[in-house]
Design a protein around this ligand. Structure first.
Ligand SMILES: [Zn+2]
Length: 164
C-alpha cells in the first residue's frame, strides 16, 4: 500500500475524519481567508494580525467551470501520457461566500456540470510518484454522475397510451 501525503502543506484538514479546506479567520473582524493568511488582515477597516484556523464549508454552488484542454505548465505533474483534459470548477462556498477553484473529481466532465448546482469537496490523488499519492481537494456534484447505486427507473410512470 502506498503512502499518502498532502500535495500542498496546510491547505487541508480533517474535522471528525471528514476532509475540509483549511482557511484562517481574523480574530478581530471575522474575515475568512483561503489560502490561509498569517501576516495581517487585508480588510480595509481592520489592522489585526491575529488569526485562527478556520475549516471551510465542504459544500457550495457551482459558480463557473471550464475544461483544462491543454496540459498546464510545471509545477503541474501530468497524470496521464498522453495528457487527458480535466474539468475545473469554481465553487462558491455555502457559509463563507468565497469562490474556491479546484479540479473536478475523477469521472466528472464539463458535460456533467451546470452553473448553480450543488458541489461537495472530496480528496483525491493529484498525482502519484515513488513516495505514494499526493492528495488534493477536488469538487464533484452532490447529485454526482458517479455511481450511486442501482440505476433506478426514471419516467414512464404511467406511460399509458393517451389518445386525444
Ligand atoms: Zn480583520
Amino acid at each position: 500500500m502506498s503512502a499518502q501525503r498532502p500535495a500542498l502543506e496546510g491547505y487541508l484538514t480533517e474535522v471528525d475524519g471528514v476532509p475540509h479546506l483549511l482557511g484562517s479567520r481574523c480574530t478581530a473582524c471575522g474575515t475568512v481567508y483561503f489560502p490561509r493568511l498569517d501576516s495581517f488582515c487585508r480588510h480595509p477597516d481592520c489592522d489585526s494580525d491575529s488569526f485562527e484556523d478556520a475549516p471551510l464549508s465542504r459544500r457550495g454552488r457551482l459558480w463557473s467551470y471550464t475544461n483544462a484542454a491543454y496540459q498546464p505548465p510545471p509545477p503541474y505533474v501530468p497524470v496521464s501520457d498522453p495528457y487527458e483534459p480535466f474539468a475545473i470548477a469554481a465553487v462558491e462556498l455555502d457559509a463563507e461566500r468565497m469562490v474556491v477553484l479546484g479540479q473536478c473529481a475523477t469521472g466528472v466532465d464539463v458535460a456533467d456540470l451546470q452553473v448553480g448546482m450543488e458541489m461537495e469537496l472530496v480528496v483525491e490523488p493529484l498525482f502519484s510518484d515513488e513516495e505514494g499519492d499526493a492528495l488534493t481537494w477536488k469538487w464533484r456534484p452532490t447529485a454526482s454522475p458517479l455511481p450511486q447505486g442501482e440505476g433506478g427507473t426514471v419516467g414512464a410512470a404511467d406511460g399509458g397510451e393517451r389518445v386525444a
